[in-house]
Each structure stands twice: as structure tokens, then as C-alpha cells.
Design a protein around this ligand. Sequence first.
Ligand code: HEM
Ligand code: HEM
Length: 248
Amino acid sequence: MKKSTVYDLPTRIFHWLFAFFFLAAYIIASTVDDESALFSYHMLAGLTVGFLLILRLVWGFAGTAYARFNSFKLNPFELFQYVKDAVVSKTKRYLSHNPASSYAAIIMFICAAGLAISGISMASGTENEFYEEAHELLATIFLITVIAHVVGVLYHQFKHRDALWSSMIDGLKKAIPGKSGITATKRFAGILFFIFTLLWVGYLNNQYDQNNRTLNVFGQQLTLGEEEHESHSESEGHETEEESQENE
Ligand code: HEM
Ligand code: HEM
């Protein structure tokens, strides 16, 4: 079977790092108490998702044909037709992202940006119910999109015998007559993507102060845990001190 190369290395490296750090952020947030020191790793993973998104945004303009945002299929009628065909008859094949994964990618990118903004706002001490609510809602929309995305990939495999999943590993898709793949996989840029992410994680780790759970990023001090709790316990502490002085 003839195959065409469609996804360059930076796109594939981005995909798996993005998936890994999203899952890490989500799993930590939903299993670890936000008072625990371990919860800090939620913030570090979330900031790395934000960093990866910036790299991907650059690559969406500078990358090869199918990494570029202008190759995404975002016509709502095409999405409807695509999903309908995939359910009732034969799925239409695309060399680029199909309409369902184009939409899924855009939703995930918007959620990642919103999570980074609301997360940073909460961690920099902005007491605002809106950010908390938005953060939770965006995390849920992100998770639902990921589940739908993975179900879609599995559906292609089992219903249509289309091993779409492997395209994010080897970059190859079944060739489509008249459509050409990419000629360069941009290996060097892919390695740079990976190195930049490692440097970013190293930078965060270096800037993270485990004792008082603060993170200094580009001059901005982020604190993990709810400020509310800290100020409560502080004022409670003062009261007890005053009370005990009175009692003496
Ligand atoms: C947390 C889990 C995951 C996340 C957050 C995620 C996210 C994404 C994103 C953002 C894209 C668009 C890529 C881009 O252009 O930058 C994408 C595409 C894709 N993903 Fe995932 N993904 C996840 C899991 C998986 C898994 C488990 C598989 C397969 C086993 C997979 C296979 C694919 C494929 C094949 C595409 C390209 C689809 C197409 O060509 O239309 N993903 N994913
Ligand atoms: C992919 C990125 C992220 C995901 C999926 C995510 C997900 C979540 C989830 C599910 C919660 C628990 C909400 C709840 O039940 O109360 C949470 C809480 C929190 N997240 Fe994130 N988050 C992300 C990024 C970030 C970032 C970048 C920061 C900060 C820099 C951050 C800071 C926080 C804080 C401070 C809380 C606690 C809020 C509270 O106590 O209500 N998150 N996050």
C-alpha cells in the first residue's frame, strides 16, 4: 500500500508531549489534595502545556503543509458530512487533519490557553470565583474533547479498518491519488522542539521553591494552594495568640 508522509516531526513530538502533560496536569488535579505539596506538579505540568501551545502556534504558521492551521478543515457543514458518513457509510479520507480532529485540535488549543491564563491568575493571588469556575469548566471541556478524540481514532480503526492512529507516530497516511504528502519531516526542528521543552521543564524546576511552594516565572511570583486558606489560618493563628495572652 502506498503511503504519504503528512505529519512532520515537530507536530508528532508536540502531540505526545501535549497529551502527556495534559494527562499529568489533569490526573494530579483530580487525585491530589490542593493543600498537598504534590499539587505543585499540577501547576508545573499545566504551565508546560501552555509552553507547548506557544511552540505549536508558531509551528501552525511556520511548519509544513499539514501542520499549518490553514490546512485545518473547519467548515461546519464538512464536519457534519464527515461525521454522518463515518457513522452510516464509508469514511472520507483526508491527508490533512480530518474535520473532526481539526475541530478537536482547535478546542484543545483554546482550552489549554484558557487553563494557563485562569491558572496563572489563581496562582498569582487573584481572588476571583470566575477564574476558578472557568478553570474547572475548561478542564472538563478539554477532557471530554480528548475522550471523543480517542474514541474517534479507535472508531476509525475498528469500524473502517483505517489505522489513522499510527500517523501521529510515523507521520504516514494511506496515499490519496492526486494529493501530495510533505517532502521534509523537519527532523532538526523536531529535536529542537523536544530540547526546548526539556529546557522549559528544567527552568520551571529551577525556579520552583519547594519550601514555600512558590514559582518565579519571568519575574512573576506564583503561589500554589488557596490564598484564602493561608490567610484564614494566619488570622486564626493571631486570634489564638491574642486569646492566650488575654487568658494569662
Ligand atoms: C491526552 C490525550 C491526547 C491529546 C491531548 C491529543 C491531542 C491531539 C491534538 C491537539 C491533535 C492535533 C495535532 C496538531 O495538529 O497539533 C491530535 C491529532 C491526532 N491525534 Fe491525538 N491526542 C491525544 C491522544 C491520542 C491518542 C491516544 C492517539 C492514538 C492512539 C491519537 C492520535 C491522533 C491522530 C492520529 C491525530 C491526527 C488525526 C488526523 O490526521 O486527522 N491521539 N491529537
Ligand atoms: C492543561 C492544563 C491544566 C488542566 C487540565 C488543569 C486542570 C485542573 C483541575 C481539573 C482542577 C481542579 C478543579 C477543582 O475541582 O477544584 C484544577 C485546579 C487548579 N489549577 Fe489547574 N489545570 C491546568 C493548568 C493549570 C495551570 C497552568 C495553573 C497555574 C499556573 C493551574 C493552577 C490551578 C490551581 C491553583 C487550582 C486549584 C483551584 C482551586 O483550589 O479551586 N492549573 N486544575
